[in-house]
Design a protein around this ligand. Structure first.
Ligand code: AMP
Length: 454
């Protein structure tokens, strides 16, 4: 048997309803905050990622799915979305259409990391990016969107970490202080970090090796090296978060795994996830648009890791499953034929109805209805058709009532719609349903409408 590629996964029908719910909720929220969707390709030129993410990052050094295509071009499955969004922003001159451009995109990313719980080689992200705003309130607004999203999903044990990485000048001063500190730690750092010590020492803050983490505990803080402008930017971000009553922790070790960030960086962590506890992350990347050949436009963005959101929400997956509303148990040739028509009519009217095509016993059909978890079952045999009424059974209360066959689909649809609007008790729904049937019949008599039955 051919199986999944290591680190890749299927998302099964039992889970997709929750995925759809979360994606729809985030989409709606982003659109309310003025974001428009951008759809970008999965494949890009390798250079795009090398130039944006940084050549001495884990992603570019060892995690990209890169190959040479038949025409000799080096292509890469996107490991993240920001680089592609920036490319599209420049390539289509989106900056010229609107000085402030808010974009979101969703889809799979590919990184050849060591697979483990919460870490996949294909994973899904929802990305939001704002271009054209230097103002620190843009950073705070973006964090507000992210935290509103976490709040609406009622995610347990969520913590927001924020930091400022300053501008290139602050960083250069900071690296000056970091290097001598790292010299004193050479015996505690892993070979990767030793290699990065000269090329990109700030990356060492991101190393997950426990000895490196411990060695960095008393490292100097970037926040002590911020210039006045970066300092004031960070203060305004914090003040705005306070105004929105968004709790946060300042984490001066938060550098994120990509090189393009400047000033504000942030990450949302969830303890319940264990080792891979980052649910979302982002920050400001003011130099990237220019570095990729575009105008000097500031930008700030975030990426939500959807797989990890789903892990936090897994216990709720069942409640989002889209079960059928109604099952029609039909006995006899004529009844099955009528039920076949009703099932399609219900579906066209947006009532999820199911039936058995095979001629099974009533008991086995009721078992199937139970298994499907429907709220109501219609039971119809050839005799019921002759009598002009079928049995309508509430699967929760087990109450049964007779319902007229005439205009049955319209009546049930109306009843379901009414019950959804007013959320009445099932009993009330049944009664309403019956009363409607009777009134309909009486109406036909009184008005003289000649329908099939009256
Ligand atoms: P990043 O692009 O590295 O800033 O990641 C943003 C978010 O994507 C993280 O906070 C994670 O939730 C998620 N993420 C990153 N890498 C993976 C992965 N290999 N598997 C699953 N989720 C991931």
């Amino acid at each position: 048997m051919i199986t999944l590629v290591r680190g890749f996964k299927d998302i099964l029908p039992a889970d997709t309803a929750l995925w759809q719910h979360v994606e729809a909720m985030v989409r709606e929220l982003l659109e309310d905050f003025g974001f428009a969707e951008l759809r970008i390709p999965i494949l890009e030129q390798t250079d795009l990622f090398a130039r944006s993410i940084g050549t001495s990052t884990d992603i570019v050094e060892k995690e990209m799915y890169t190959f040479t295509d038949r025409s000799g071009d080096s292509l890469t499955l996107r490991p993240e979305a920001t680089a592609s969004v920036v490319r599209a922003y420049i390539e289509h001159g989106l900056y010229a259409k609107n000085p402030v451009c808010k974009l979101y995109t969703t889809g799979p990313m590919f990184r050849r990391e060591r697979p483990q719980k919460g870490r996949y080689r294909q994973f899904y992200q929802i990305n939001a990016e704002v271009f054209g705003l230097h103002d620190p309130r843009a950073d705070a607004e973006l964090i507000l969107v992210l935290m509103t999203c976490m709040g609406r999903l009622e995610l347990p044990g969520i913590v927001l970490h924020i930091n400022s990485l300053g501008c290139p000048e602050c960083r250069s001063k900071f690296k000056g202080a970091l290097k001598p500190f790292l010299t004193g730690k050479v015996h505690e750092l892993c070979s990767n970090c030793l290699r990065r010590r000269d090329k990109n020492p700030m990356r060492i803050f991101d190393c997950k090796v426990p000895t490196c983490k411990k060695a960095m505990l008393d490292a100097p803080s970037i926040l002590d090296y911020l210039c006045e402008t970066c300092q004031s930017h960070f203060e305004t971000v914090k003040r705005s978060l306070d105004r929105f009553q968004i709790p946060y922790q300042i984490n001066h070790r938060l550098v994120r795994g990509l090189d393009y960030y400047t000033r504000t960086t942030f990450e949302v962590l969830a303890q319940a996830l264990g080792a891979q506890d980052a649910v979302a992350g982002g920050g400001r990347y003011d130099g990237l648009v220019k570095a990729l050949g575009g105008p000097d436009q500031p930008a700030v963005g975030f990426a939500i890791g959807v797989d990890r959101l789903m892990e936090l929400l897994a216990a709720r997956a069942q409640s989002f499953e889209k079960r059928p509303h109604l099952f029609i148990a039909a006995l006899g040739l004529r009844a099955r034929d009528t039920a076949f028509q009703w099932v399609q009519d219900f579906r066209i009217q947006r009532v999820r109805a199911e039936m058995d095509f095979e001629n099974r016993s009533l008991k086995s059909q009721m078992r199937r209805a139970d298994k499907l978890g429907v709220s109501y079952t219609l039971i119809v045999g050839d005799r019921e058709l002759d009598d002009g009424a079928v049995v309508f059974r509430n699967m929760t209360t087990k109450e049964q009532e007779n319902v007229p066959v005439q205009d049955l689909v319209e009546l049930v649809v109306l009843g379901l719609h009414f019950s959804r609007m007013r959320a009445p008790r099932d009993k009330f729904f049944c009664s309403y349903f019956l009363v409607s049937g009777v009134l309909f019949g009486v109406g036909c008599q009184v008005s003289g409408v000649r329908c099939k039955k009256h």
